[in-house]
Design a binder for this molecule. Structure first.
Ligand code: FAD
Ligand code: SF4
Length: 463
């Protein structure tokens, strides 16, 4: 039951970020993991409290309370404390298909709900999770697992982001034959081509795809299922179809960009950056080297753009934020900085955020090249590269039309269900709930897999 006095004996010790001026010189992981005895002590801080809110995973007063995957946190913290990585791994994998992703990019709702955090620092659940799965991979514990019970049913999953991968993993281990279709040249969705390498190294995404391939999942890349002929063929040839195409429809930049060069949506910019940097692929989208950059928006995507531009050697970067500074202050009245803002501060001497600002007009030269932007209060900023991290309004219409499923902003299902308007077509992830987080995509994928399994077999033993 954990070490009853652990939370009094040991202080919280998080994985530390590498110094900003050092890490901007490469594209490697920004964190230095705490390992060995110190990691076991972090497990021992978990007091196995009577009501572990950390794993509740409910919405309380409009906020996510605890882990959406209901990870069995006190159990694996207890095993971690004893250095029993094998058992900790078994309990972790029971509820989370991809801890190597959540252990890096999850905002850790568990820690916000941790009882220990009520009067002290919460347990380092997020970092403990990463430690368990990385120990397992590096010690040969993550071997392919096969099921003896083969159902004879086949399922196609369209889209290979975390939602699609979770559906595929669950249904494959259940004994169905699973094919994943991906329109891009590699599987992984935003994990593979959106989130930059320093936050989620791309070899880790490929490591998981390779493991799933060894376990029998078939991946077909470079195939766009929004082609009606392809969609109809998939509908005919598979017992069930699961659409996990993400929320790819970007929100408008909010200003007329006609004929102006140098304005890009964040996803296009980041995709090109990963392609160029990690895979040596040439792209038409320029990098930020030597440019004065303006990023519109806040959140993960905007920060990833700021950090990417800094690594590419931009001359300057600012971030236009629509809401006021006061909306972002912590309980101590201070403005927290994420990794990208910390880097901008170190390189340019100030936080990149400019609050209560949005773009009113673009200033271009005779050739159409962007030279500056004017904000709503009339301020002119020099700018040769404008990146719009303005969010996503929903999923794309073309793929929904090709499969004939009802869509408003996202694909319509009954509340809390995953079956679409067509009986053997299901949906999950951002395509279903709208732009969200990796942990929610995995949770959606697992929940959709239960419905698919019940549809195929008449019952389910998935959890
Ligand atoms: C830049 C960025 C940074 C982010 N950072 C974080 C973070 O730090 N932490 C966090 O928790 N979340 C983060 N998110 C959000 C998170 O990545 C998403 O919520 C998550 O990836 C959604 O998973 P998904 O599987 O539903 O969709 P996606 O990951 O978008 O995957 C959808 C897949 O479907 C494929 N597809 C689409 N249409 C077709 C078609 N017609 N045929 C075949 N394939 C198709 C796409 O190519 C894609 O591979 C970030 C998002 C972005 C954009
Ligand atoms: S998936 Fe996220 S919320 Fe759940 S235990 Fe891991 S870090 Fe916490």
């Amino acid at each position: 039951m954990g070490k009853p006095t652990g939370f009094m004996e040991y202080q919280r010790c998080e994985n530390k970020r590498r110094p900003p001026l050092e890490r901007i010189r490469d594209w490697e992981d920004i964190y230095l993991p705490v390992e060995g005895e110190q990691r076991l002590q972090q497990g021992a801080r978990c007091m196995n409290c009577g009501v572990p809110f950390c794993q509740a995973g409910v919405i309380f007063e409009g906020k996510q309370l605890g882990c959406p995957l209901h990870n069995l946190i006190p159990e694996w913290n207890d095993m971690l404390m004893d250095g029993n990585y094998g058992h900790a791994l078994a309990r972790l994998l029971k509820t989370n298909n991809f801890p190597e992703f959540t252990g890096r990019v999850c905002p850790a709702f568990c820690e916000q709900a941790c009882t220990c955090g009520l009067y002290d620092e919460p347990i380092t659940v997020h970092d403990n999770e990463r430690s368990i799965i990385e120990y397992a991979f590096s010690h040969g514990m993550m071997k392919p697992r096969f099921t003896k019970n083969v159902s004879g049913k086949n399922v196609v999953v369209v889209g290979s982001g975390p939602a699609g991968l979770a559906v595929a993993d669950q249904l494959n281990h259940r004994g169905h034959s699973v094919t994943v279709i991906e329109k891009h040249d590699r599987a992984g969705g935003i994990l593979a081509y959106g989130i930059p390498n320093m936050k989620l190294p791309k070899e880790l995404v490929q490591r998981r795809i390779d493991l799933m391939t060894d376990e029998g999942v078939t991946f077909v890349t470079g195939l766009d299922a929004s082609d009606p002929a392809i969609a109809q063929r998939l509908i005919r040839e598979f017992d069930a179809v699961v659409l996990c195409c993400g929320a790819e429809q970007p929100r408008d930049v909010g200003v007329d960009t006609t004929g102006v060069q140098g304005v890009y949506y964040a996803m296009d910019f980041l995709h090109a950056a990963v392609d160029r940097q990690q895979f040596g692929i040439k792209t038409n989208i320029p990098d930020a080297a030597g440019k004065q950059v303006v990023v519109i928006g806040t959140g993960n995507t905007a920060s990833d753009c700021v950090a990417t531009c800094i690594r590419q050697g931009c001359k300057s970067v600012i971030q236009l934020v629509r809401r006021g500074r006061e909306d972002y202050l912590d309980p101590n009245g201070e403005l927290p900085q994420d990794y990208a803002q910390e880097e901008a501060q170190a390189v340019f001497g100030e936080d990149p955020r400019v609050f209560r600002q949005s773009v009113a007009k673009l200033e271009a030269d005779e050739s159409g090249q962007l030279r500056g932007i004017t904000t709503r209060d009339g301020q002119l900023y020099p700018c040769e590269l404008l990146i719009a991290a303005t969010g996503f309004s929903g999923c794309r219409a073309d793929v929904c039309e090709a499969f004939g499923v009802k869509r408003e902003k996202t694909v319509k299902t009954e509340t809390g269900r995953y079956r679409t308007s067509i009986p053997h077509i299901f949906t999950a992830g951002d395509m279903h709930r709208g732009q969200s987080l990796v942990v929610h995509a995995i949770a959606e994928g697992r929940a959709a897999a239960i419905e698919v399994d019940r549809f195929l077999m008449g019952y389910t033993n998935l959890i």
